[in-house]
Each structure stands twice: as structure tokens, then as C-alpha cells.
Design a protein. Sequence first.
Lengths: 336, 153
Amino acid sequence: MRLPRFEYVRPQALEEALSVLAQSGSRAKILAGGTDLLVNMKQRTVCPEVLVSIKTLSELLMVSSDAQGFTAIGSGANLTDLAANAGIAEKFPAFIQAVRAIASKHIRNMACIGGNVCLDTRCWYYNQSKLWRDARERCHRTGGSVCHAIKGAARCHAINSSDTAPVLVALDAKISVMKKGENRLIPARQFYCDDGIRNTILEPSAIVTAIHLPDGNGAGRSAFIKLSMRRGIDFALCSIAARANINGAGVTDVRLVLGSIASMPIVLEKAAQVIMEAGLTQSAIEKAGEVARTELGIITNLFTSAGYKRQLAGVLVKQALNELKGKTAKRGGAKA
Amino acid sequence: MKQILSLTVNNDTYEVAVSPWRTLLDVLRDDLGLMGTKRGCGSGTCGVCTVIIDGRAILSCLTLALECAGKSITTIEGISSPESLHPIQKSFIENGAVQCGFCTPGIVMTSKALLDEKPQPNDDEIKEALAGTFCRCTGHIKIMEAVKKASKQ
């Protein structure tokens, strides 16, 4: 597969990149690691006229602690470098577990965190060659009005397969988004949209410049588990990020977030409520797993049925809670 | 529009005129005639196009040639000569880790990047490094053994 033609621009500073993007609008795409974008371009699912390369912008490479109690990680931070960052791993183990679970070492050597946070959604029909897609009627995402993955679906249900997205939501991270003349800090939960076509609020002229992880008070514990068909290099069938503040027997601020199962990370409010009321007891963990199964309104798609996904969700909730409790959970298929 | 680019491959410097949409793999094979690096899936899954840039194994099929200016690129041609193979290549032959050989250059380069970084990797580290490569005929057990034996030399 060859890349389509495009114009290549390499700004020397962030401000210049924002200007170029402001002028080009939706004709342009941001190129950093390229491991997601260039594949999609080869498959002709996106065909930008202009690529704005931001790989070398030093403004996006900083990792630092700020005065508001956040650790800021520049969106250009390389995934292999992050995976080896012991300081961040100690403070945010679930985040680093998720980073280590992304794709393969080759891809992590090339890709950056901003790209995984903004990972394009995927679908078994859509992410194929143009020849393959052209053999069937156009779907919601390609300008038609049918869905080949879910029969009768009224909208695109392509899946957000980002491994770090559920962790960012679970940790109450904030995402720094810049466009020309504007700088916003958006809570991760509001950054993602339940839409297979436009799955983040990011405008074409905006750049994710950093993610901000709250340092917390030392009582926070977090866990991440990814379940995929292959351990080596694969998108998740389902992943879970869990977080809680644990002070003796008291458990507060429980978050259970599923990834790779819908167009956005799914926050399990009811299952988390069970733990906040009863603590991390064995019976509460069992109950939370059961509640998670019923809390999901997940639709069957081509490869996994709704029942299977509910089963996965229940099992992952229990495993993640056991891990928070400090137990050694048995992790089928999980790499991280 | 084509840009003139200076590429350092296996310690040789080449001046090439490339269009922005050409990948490093395209330029290595089509312009420089370095056919050892193979074209497989083209989408980052199989690892046969692996080369080493600045010490790390990367996929040349997903790297724009333009972005490689000023970097030190090593391909399979750069690690040995026909008269004296690299210890990893010898180990692959001695341990039967080669069958059709199409994936071998990518896996050898991936193994070299690993052993340069960690001369004595454990099984998990070898598996992690090789996860982004696929062999469809030998099977990965012999490849793992070959890497392990090469690490002991």
C-alpha cells in the first residue's frame, strides 16, 4: 500500500504549527508518530491534503510536575521513553501499564502519547483497504447510511481502542488542548464523545499539547488490565482502568472505566457505588462484577456478542478490584 | 514537491530527491537498491521492514523518508558481509530459525536492537521485543532460541 499524495509542513515552533492548522482547517492532519495516521492514509480512510509534522516541537516533549498538583506529560512524549519512566510508573502505575500494553515495541519506539490519546476509532469493516470497502454499500462513516458491523445501527459505532483513554478518565486527568489564540484544559471524561466518527471534541485546527495527571494524596491506587485475542500486538477486546482512594477500611472515589468496548470509555457508576458503600470486601467485589454486567447497554457486533462483552466486563471489574485490594489477580490474556 | 535529502544508511551518505509521501522503505528499496529490508503488511503489524534508527527498532513502512534526515539508519546490509555473518545471523542458521527467510531481516534487526540495548535479555524481554514481528513458517520458538543463544556469545 502506498501513501496518497500530500503537502508536508514542518513548523519550527508550536505557535507556527497552530497558525498553519488555523489556515488549513480540515484539509490538514497532524503527524507525530504516524503509526495510526499513516496506516489510515494508506487505507484511504483519511486523505488529508496537508500533513503538519509536530514530532520535533520541543514544547510538546516536556514532562514536569506543576504547582497545582498535576504531573504534566507533553503529548509528544515517546511511548518507549514513557514506559521506562520510573517516576511516573510509581505515581501512576495504571497509566504506565496501559502505555506498556500499547501495540508492539516497534510501534512504541515510534509513537507518542498524544497519538494514543487521540487514536482514531476502528471497525472491522472500515479499517480495510479501499478495494474492500468499495465492494459494499457505503456505511455511516464513509458517507452512507448503513452499518456493516452492527445490523440496523442508526449511527457509527466504531470503537475507541486507545489503551490510555480509560486510564485518563479513571484518574480524572485533564487534557490540554490548544488552537490559535486559545488554550483549554479539558477533563478527560468530557474529551471523548460517544460517536464512532468524531470520537473526541478535538477540532481539526487544535492540538493536544499535554495530559495532566492529578498527583492525589498518596492514598490513591490504580490498576489497568487489557484483554486481547493475542498478547503480542493487538487492540483490546476490552480493557479496564480502576482507581480508588483507600484509607484503612474506607474506600472512596472509586472509578471503574471500560475501554475498547464502545466509541468512548464507559464509566461504570453503579458498580463503583457498590464498592464505595461496602468497601473492598470479597462479597462487594462479587456484587460489583454482577452489577457491571447489567449496567452495560452494549450492542452485539460482528465478532463479539453482547453476552460475551457483558461477561468480559464482569470478570475484568472483579480482577481490577482484586488488584486494587492488593491481591494477585489471575489475568487471562493480559499483557501489562 | 521533491526535496533533496541527505540520508545516512549503514555509515554511507546518500543524496536523494524524495516526495513527502515516500516512506523510508520506498527509498531504501527503490532508490538505494537496499532490498534486504522487506515490504510486508505496510501497516505496522508484521515487522519485516524493521530497520534501526538511533539504536531503536522502527518500522520503515510507517516512517516518512523526509523525517530521517540527519539520523543514523542501519539496515540488514549494514550489520555484516557475505564473508562474515553477524553472530545473530549465524545463530539463526545454526538453530533452524530460518525457513522461507522473508521475515528474517526484520527479525534479525529487531533482535540486534534488543541485544545492543540488553545483552542478556530474559524470555519475557525477548518476547516483548519480538512481539511486533511475524514469522509464518518457522514458528517463533526456534527464533526465540536463536536470539537466546546469540545473547550468550
